[in-house]
Design a protein around this ligand. Structure first.
Ligand code: ADP
Ligand code: ZN
Length: 615
C-alpha cells in the first residue's frame, strides 16, 4: 500500500522512458529542432551581408579613422556589435573593423546624417559558431547513445556504461521505530531478533549462529508490512534499500537481473543493511503458475538472479532481505528453500484492540475534539487494515478542515469511515455485522467442542478477524507434543470439533451458511482414511482399500481401485451416516452449553480475538 509521506519511487522517470521510447524520441527531436532554429536562425539580413562576403579583405582601423571614413562617405554599410564595429567600403572589397568606444554618442547621429545603412549584430566568434553547428549533432548522438546503451544493457551489460541503473535504488535511514507500528505484537516479536543481529553482527558470527537471510512478511495489503520492515531498519539504525518487485519487470530482458545485481552490490557496500522487496510475487511467481506461453523470460532471469545473489553471500554478511507478499502460496518453491526466504512472519489485520492502537498512533498528530471516541471507530471498522485506518483519520481531518473547524469531531470520523468503506476494494472488505455474528457463532461452536470433547486438541486462539482471503475466521488449536499416533476416539473428537462450526450456525442462528465448506471437506477426509487405511470401520473391517502413499516415491501417481463397487457403496453410506450421527451428537452438546456459548460469542464479538486461557 502506498505511503503518502514517501518520496516518489527512484526509478519513476526511468520507467516512463522505458515504456514510451517513441514519445521520448519525439520530445527529444522537437527540442533539437527548436534549439537548432534558435541558434542558427537569428542572423539578420544585414549582418549576413556584412559578415558573409567571401572576397572581402579585412582591415583594422582606429575608431577615429572609421568616423572619418563615414564622414567622407567611404563606407556604405555599418554593422555594430557588442565589442566591435564592421564597416564595408563603398566598392564592397574592404571590411574595416574597429573596437567600439563606449561613451561615444555621436556615431549614430553621424550615420543618420550621412544616410549610411547601419544595424546591430550579435557577434559570433568561433565558439558560438561551432556550438551552433555542433549542438544538434551532439544531441542526436546523445540520444543514439541513450538508446544504444539501453539495448546493450538488456543484452547483458552496456559496453559504454550508458543507461546504468546505479541510481535506481535509493537507500534511506528510516526513523520509524517499533512504537510506530501499532498492534502486530507477534510480528514485532518475530523480527526483533533481526534487529539485534544487525546491531551487533559480530556477536552472532562468533557464536557461529545461523541468522535468517530472508524473511517473508505475509499479509493483506495495507497491514503494515512496509512499515514493519522500515521499523526494523529504524531500530537497527541501518540503511534501508527498498524496491518493488514489479519495478524489476521491464520491457527489455536482462534489465531486471542487472538491477538485482546492483541492488545487492550497494547493500553489501553499506552492510549491515536491509533490503526490502515489496510485492515479491511479481518476480517470484511459481514458474509452474506462469503464463500459458511458457513463462516470462524477463521474470525468470530476474528471479534466478535474486536466488543467485541470496545464495552468494554467507550468513556472516549482515544483510537481511525482507520481502512482502499477500499470496505466499503462489511463490516459487525455490524462493522458500532454506537459506532463502525460509522464515515467514504473518502480519495480520488488526483485531479490535489493534485497531484502537493504530487509530491512536495516527490521531496523535491531529487536533481532536473532546468528544472523540476511538473505540466506536474501531468497532465500526472490523476487517480493515492499518492503511485504511490511517486514511480514515486523515480523511476526517480533511473533512474538519473543509468545514473550517478547529478540531476533528466524532461526526467527521464517522463520515470518514463511511467514505472509506464505500471506496474499498473487494479485497480489503469490512466484515458486516451480520457476517460477524455468523462467524462468531461458528467459531465458538468449534471452540466449545474442542474444550468439552475428550481427546480433542485444546484451543489457543479464536478469532473472527479474517485471515487471508478464504477464511472468515479461525480457531487455532494448540498442537500437542509431536504426535504420530492417534487413537480412534481422538479422530472422532476431531470430527466433532470440525462439525461444531456448522452445528452452531444451525442451533443458534437457525440457518446454515457456506462458511463450513472447508470443515466438511476435512471431516470427510478423516472418515475416509479411517475406513480405507486405518481399519477402523465395520464396512471394510481390517481390509485396506488404499495404500498409504509415500510422498517421495512417486506419491502422486494414481492407483487402480482395489475394491469392489459394493464396497465403495458401503463406504459412502458409512461415511454419510457417521457424519449425520456425529452431527446430531454435536448439536445436543451445543444445546447443553447454550449459556457458555452465548457468553463466549458476546466476548468474541466485542474483542474479535480470544486466546485459549480465557475461559
Ligand atoms: P503494506 O506494506 O502491508 O501494504 P504499509 O506498511 O505500506 O502496508 O502500510 C501503509 C500505511 O498504513 C503505513 O504507512 C501506516 O501509515 C499505516 N499502517 C499500516 N499498519 C499500521 C500499523 N500496524 N500501525 C500504524 N500504522 C499502520
Ligand atoms: Zn469452521
Amino acid at each position: 500500500m502506498a505511503q503518502p509521506e514517501q518520496s516518489t519511487p527512484p526509478n519513476k522517470n526511468d520507467n516512463f522512458f522505458n515504456k514510451n521510447p517513441l514519445i521520448t524520441f519525439a520530445i527529444f527531436s522537437i527540442v533539437v529542432i527548436l534549439l537548432f532554429k534558435a541558434f542558427v536562425g537569428n542572423e539578420n539580413e544585414l549582418t549576413s551581408k556584412v559578415n558573409g562576403q567571401a572576397a572581402m579583405r579585412t582591415q583594422e582601423v582606429s575608431y577615429a579613422d572609421l568616423k572619418k571614413l563615414i564622414e567622407n562617405k567611404q563606407v556604405e554599410k555599418v554593422a555594430i556589435g557588442q565589442t566591435y564595429i564592421r564597416a564595408i567600403s563603398g566598392d564592397g572589397k574592404i571590411a574595416y573593423t574597429t573596437r567600439i568606444v563606449r561613451d561615444d554618442n555621436t556615431l549614430i547621429p553621424l550615420l543618420d546624417k550621412q544616410g549610411i545603412d547601419y544595424g546591430g549584430f550579435s557577434e559570433s566568434n568561433w565558439f558560438t559558431d561551432m556550438f551552433g553547428w555542433l549542438f544538434p549533432f551532439l544531441i542526436i548522438i546523445a540520444i543514439w547513445m541513450f538508446f544504444a546503451g539501453r539495448m546493450q544493457k538488456s543484452m547483458g551489460g552496456g559496453i559504454l556504461g550508458m543507461g546504468s541503473s546505479k541510481k535506481l535504488v535509493n537507500s534511506e535511514k528510516p526513523k520509524t521505530k517499533f512504537d510506530d507500528v501499532a498492534g502486530a505484537q507477534e510480528a514485532k516479536e518475530e523480527v526483533r531478533e533481526i534487529v539485534d543481529f544487525l546491531k551487533s553482527p559480530d556477536r552472532y558470527v562468533e557464536l557461529g549462529a545461523k541468522i535468517p537471510k530472508g524473511v517473508l512478511l505475509v499479509g493483506s495489503p495495507g497491514t503494515g508490512k512496509t512499515l514493519l520492515a522500515k521499523a526494523v531498519a529504524g531500530e537497527a539504525e541501518v540503511p534501508f534499500f527498498s524496491v518493488s518487485g514489479s519495478s524489476f519487470i521491464e520491457m527489455f530482458v536482462g534489465v531486471g537481473a542487472a538491477r538485482v545485481r546492483d541492488l545487492f552490490e550497494q547493500a553489501k557496500k553499506d552492510a549491515p543493511s536491509i533490503i526490502f522487496i515489496d510485492e515479491i510475487d511479481a518476480i517470484g511467481k511459481s514458474r509452474a503458475a506462469g503464463g500459458m506461453m511458457g513463462g516470462n523470460d524477463e521474470r525468470e532471469q530476474t528471479l534466478n538472479q535474486l536466488l543467485a545473489e541470496m545464495d552468494g553471500f554467507g550468513t556472516d554478511t549482515p544483510i537481511i532481505i525482507l520481502a512482502a507478499t499477500n499470496r505466499p502460496e503462489i511463490l516459487d518453491p525455490a524462493l522458500l528453500r532454506p537459506g532463502r526466504f525460509d522464515r515467514q512472519v504473518l502480519v495480520d489485520k488488526p483485531d479490535f484492540q489493534g485497531r484502537i492502537d493504530i487509530l491512536k498512533v495516527h490521531i496523535k498528530g491531529v487536533k481532536q475534539d473532546s468528544d472523540t471516541d476511538i473505540e466506536e471507530i474501531a468497532r465500526l471498522t472490523a476487517g480493515l487494515a492499518g492503511a485504511d485506518l490511517a486514511n480514515i483519520v486523515n480523511e476526517a481531518a480533511l473533512l474538519a478542515g473543509r468545514k473550517s473547524q478547529k478540531t476533528v469531531r466524532q461526526t467527521d470520523l464517522r463520515e470518514a469511515v463511511e467514505r472509506a468503506i464505500a471506496g474499498l476494494s473487494k479485497k480489503s472488505r469490512r466484515i458486516d455485522e451480520k457476517e460477524k455474528r455468523i462467524v462468531a457463532y461458528h467459531e465458538c461452536g468449534h471452540a466449545l467442542l474442542a474444550e468439552t470433547t475428550k481427546g480433542a486438541k485444546k484451543v489457543s486462539k479464536v478469532s473472527i478477524v479474517p485471515r487471508g482471503l478464504a477464511a472468515l475466521g479461525y480457531t487455532l488449536n494448540t498442537p500437542e507434543e509431536n504426535k504420530y499416533l492417534m487413537q480412534r476416539h481422538e479422530l472422532i473428537a476431531e470430527i466433532d470439533v470440525l462439525l461444531g462450526g456448522r452445528a452452531a450456525e444451525e442451533v443458534f442462528i437457525g440457518e446454515i451458511s457456506t462458511g463450513a465448506a472447508n470443515d466438511l471437506e476435512r471431516t470427510t477426509d478423516i472418515l475416509k482414511a479411517m475406513v480405507q487405511m486405518y481399519g477402523m470401520s465395520d464396512v471394510a473391517g481390517l481390509m485396506v482399500l488404499e495404500r498409504q502413499r509415500s510422498t517421495f516415491l512417486g506419491g502422486g501417481m494414481t492407483q487402480a481401485k482395489e475394491y469392489s463397487e459394493k464396497m465403495a457403496e458401503g463406504m459412502d453410506s458409512y461415511i454419510k451416516s457417521t457424519l449425520n450421527e456425529r452431527y446430531e451428537e454435536v448439536k445436543i452438546r451445543l444445546e447443553e452449553y447454550r449459556d457458555a456459548i452465548e457468553k463466549m460469542v458476546e466476548l468474541l464479538y466485542a474483542k474479535e480475538n480470544i486466546s485459549g486461557d480465557q475461559d
